[in-house]
Design a protein around this ligand. Structure first.
Ligand code: ADP
Ligand code: MG
Length: 541
């Protein structure tokens, strides 16, 4: 259009003065048009797929993306179903066949920030094993020293006795360096053990099955606290395990130490799970005393929500595919729609589907026949890529281009990048809204005007908009008279185990080592930051 205007002006042979003004006007028009075009291109979601594409192609893409959308009404329906499943898990009559197990944890004393003293913690959750010395200084202040040890593959799949012996050796090594051995103090120890357990007491839990690449013999059905304590005693270490927690409980407890309004713990990492403080009279499966405090933390194991088909109304063909190709088909249905282990895979399957429908990477198809590229292979699109793609703002898509290059797509067009980002946004938004709806059930159930949720896990920490999307959806679903906050504190799962041990000691039920937490003099360590001590060390047993 601008060229035509210039041409017309030239042909008309008008005076230089008029011509100058007209050129000025034309330039303004051109600039205006360019700015508007730039705005359309950079504008949010609505304009993200350029209009010059065939509208039918965009409609077909939107149809795929629409299958991922869950309306507020659907979320409210899901919240009702979750409440029913929770009741089934809490009732002794239905517990056995319930999908959401609602395990009582025996953690009843919630920290109040006054706990003081030095407590040890062991955090075994994946490949790395962490030993921590946590110095609770009261007034919600915490200092910690920690060291990360690698668990060699041979130990992960070897004899269970070697595993616990190895854990005790790492503990010994750490305590030696920190001058904690032979101090005349028996240190209380909290154990964060993030594998499925049926808990029988605060310091007693039987492993129901190994996950995450562990398969040590002779441990399933055994009391893991007992196995750990035997190994600690064999080495003559002055520590006693007084509490075992999983990562959700650890996160709740660590957050509660700082913020007494904390009543819920949530994990959004490899998997997803939540726990919350429940009144004992609502826990039909409770088999211990009803003394004060008349509450207990319930480990929901909510990843299994939907295993009985009740979430089928919102599942897509991509969810079904992820499930069928997993090592546990039919299990952890809620988790498979939300957590880090599966999110990237859902995105990959959608991209592949659009590619096969000739809706994506148009004009480049002949170069994409290489089935060895990550795009064509299960797990080829990491969940961290979803975060990377969503970090891009505007029209350059430099991160998205890098990710596409990584999965074997060279020189993607602007449209390709915009569509891939659109998919990532919808998949992560759906996950955040589902997790948010689950949390809304708990926040409404707590029945307090102020509820804080302790949240941890790499998906939540590193995804650029997971938190925001969860909060937005919760604002709609949480009762209007309730104020909620999502909090994350560093090292929550390790600190949580220590705080649990200390809270137990404070309550006066923590067996013989009560005295060694509060009241007695203790060595104040030089506090070394976690980064400084987090050298990966291999200890061979
Ligand atoms: P775990 O759950 O084993 O304790 P994490 O909380 O660190 O460990 O979670 C690991 C999971 O988080 C992985 O499955 C991975 O997909 C996901 N993840 C790692 N980095 C990111 C990231 N930058 N953005 C989103 N998810 C991530
Ligand atoms: Mg973890």
């Amino acid at each position: 259009m601008s060229l035509n205007i210039a041409q017309i002006l030239h042909d008309d042979l008008i005076t230089p003065m008029v011509r100058k003004t007209a050129y000025g006007l034309a330039t303004t028009c051109i600039l205006g048009a360019a700015v508007y075009a730039g705005y359309c291109v950079a504008a949010p979601e609505k304009h993200i797929i350029r209009q010059h594409r065939h509208p039918e192609l965009n409609d077909q893409i939107e149809k795929v993306v629409d299958s991922l959308k869950i309306t507020d009404d659907q979320l409210i329906h899901i919240m009702h179903i979750l409440e029913e499943e929770m009741s089934a898990g809490l009732s002794p009559i239905t517990h056995k066949q319930a999908t959401v197990k609602m395990f009582p944890t025996y953690v009843r004393n919630i920290p109040n920030g006054t706990e003081v003293g030095q407590v040890l913690a062991l955090d075994l959750g994946g490949t790395n094993f962490r030993v921590l010395l946590i110095d609770l200084r009261g007034n919600a202040r915490v200092e910690l020293t920690s060291k990360i040890f690698v668990i060699p593959q041979s130990i992960m799949i070897g004899d269970g006795r070697h595993l616990f012996c190895h854990l005790a050796e790492c503990l010994y090594d750490f305590m030696l360096k920190e001058n904690l051995l032979r101090t005349g103090i028996c240190y209380p120890l909290g154990f964060t053990f993030s594998f499925p357990c049926r808990q029988e007491g605060l310091a007693s839990a039987r492993l129901t099955s190994w996950t995450k690449g562990f398969s040590c013999s002779g441990v399933v059905n055994e009391d893991v606290v007992k196995l750990l304590q035997e190994a600690i005693n064999e080495k003559g270490i002055n520590a006693k395990c007084v509490a075992l927690v999983n990562d959700t409980v650890g996160t709740l407890m660590a957050c509660a130490y700082k913020d007494p309004a904390t009543a819920i713990g949530l994990i959004l990492g490899t998997g997803t799970n939540a726990c919350y403080i429940e009144n004992l009279d609502k826990v039909g499966t409770w088999n211990s005393d009803y003394d004060e405090p008349k509450q207990v933390i319930i480990n929901m194991e909510w990843g299994a929500f939907g295993d009985n088909g009740r979430l089928n109304l919102i599942r897509t063909k991509y969810d079904e595919e992820v499930d069928l190709s997993s090592i546990n088909p039919g299990k952890q249905i809620f988790e498979k729609m939300i957590s880090g282990m599966y999110m990237g895979e859902i995105v990959r399957l959608i991209i592949l589907d659009l590619l096969q429908q000739e809706l994506l990477f148009l004009g480049h198809r002949d170069t994409y026949g290489d089935y060895k590229t990550p795009l064509y292979n299960r797990g080829g699109f990491y969940t961290k890529f979803v975060s990377t793609v969503e970090t891009d703002e505007g029209i350059k898509f430099s991160n998205t281009r890098r990710v596409l290059e990584d999965i074997g797509i060279h020189n993607p067009t602007y449209d390709d990048c915009a569509i891939v980002q659109h998919i990532c946004r919808q998949v992560s938004k759906r996950a955040a809204r589902l997790a948010g709806a689950g949390l809304a059930v708990l926040v409404n159930r707590i029945g307090k005007s102020d509820v804080t949720v302790g949240v941890d896990g790499s998906l939540y920490r590193y995804h650029p908009r997971f938190k925001r999307n969860m909060e937005r959806c919760m604002e709609t679903l949480v009762n209007k008279d309730v104020k909620f906050a999502l909090e994350t504190i560093p090292d929550a799962s390790g600190i949580g185990a220590a705080v649990t041990a200390a809270a137990e000691c404070r309550s006066g039920k923590g067996a013989a080592m009560v005295a060694c937490v509060a009241g007695k003099p203790y060595l104040v360590n030089s506090i070394v930051s976690d980064e400084e001590t987090a050298d990966y060390e291999k200890i061979n047993s």
